[in-house]
Write a new protein. Structure first.
Length: 190
């Protein structure tokens, strides 16, 4: 009977192609270094959560985080150690967030955390906890402890935002305010 080997071969080929498809989907949606969602996936999830906030009410917050003085780490220790710092911060963000929060690496040394079910005070407090989670955990290169801190800008859903990109822009402006006010701090968008 030659039918059974043909069916087995076809089933095996289909199983392999499905696994390869899933691997490609994962690679297309994930930052290869940190394992976090990438900017493309952030945009998709952000748009979905923004649409829900428009219907159910303003309980969406976007926190944009940037590693302070990251260029100095790359310049002093090299890009390989800079990559280790990114991985370290990504891990700390995973430790410091709730299961319902969404974390993405937006590019370079910038991360975004989407949080739901929070008012302005709670979103600010959550961002402050993330800041402390990064600051208080020692990052080392060899025997040298390297201080890592993040500046954070937080924007809550606002009815004047036309889309998720508007909300993210406001969070980004708050981030730059945090940087200009001395770094290693949280600023809420107005």
């Amino acid at each position: 009977m030659t039918v059974l080997p043909a069916i087995s071969t076809t089933a095996f080929a289909l199983m392999c192609s499905d696994r390869i498809r899933r691997q490609w989907e994962h690679a297309a949606s994930t930052d290869h270094l940190t394992g976090l969602a990438n900017r493309r996936t952030l945009t998709e999830v952000g748009n979905e959560r923004f649409a829900i906030a428009k219907i159910k009410g303003p309980s969406l917050a976007a926190a944009v985080l940037d590693i302070d003085n990251f260029k100095a780490i790359n310049d002093t220790h090299g890009h390989e150690d800079g990559d280790k710092a990114l991985i370290h911060v990504a891990f700390r963000l995973q430790v410091g967030t709730r299961k319902s929060d969404f974390i993405a690496q937006a590019g370079g040394e910038e991360f975004v955390v989407l949080m739901t079910g929070l008012d302005a005070a709670s979103a600010g407090a959550a961002a402050e906890r993330l800041r402390l989670t990064v600051e208080q955990d020692i990052f080392s290169i060899g025997d040298e402890a390297i201080p890592l801190t993040v500046s954070i800008g937080v924007a809550l859903y606002d009815e004047d935002d036309r889309n998720f990109a508007d909300m993210l822009r406001r969070a980004d402006k708050a981030l730059y305010l945090a940087k200009s006010r001395g770094r290693n701090r949280v600023e809420l968008a107005v």
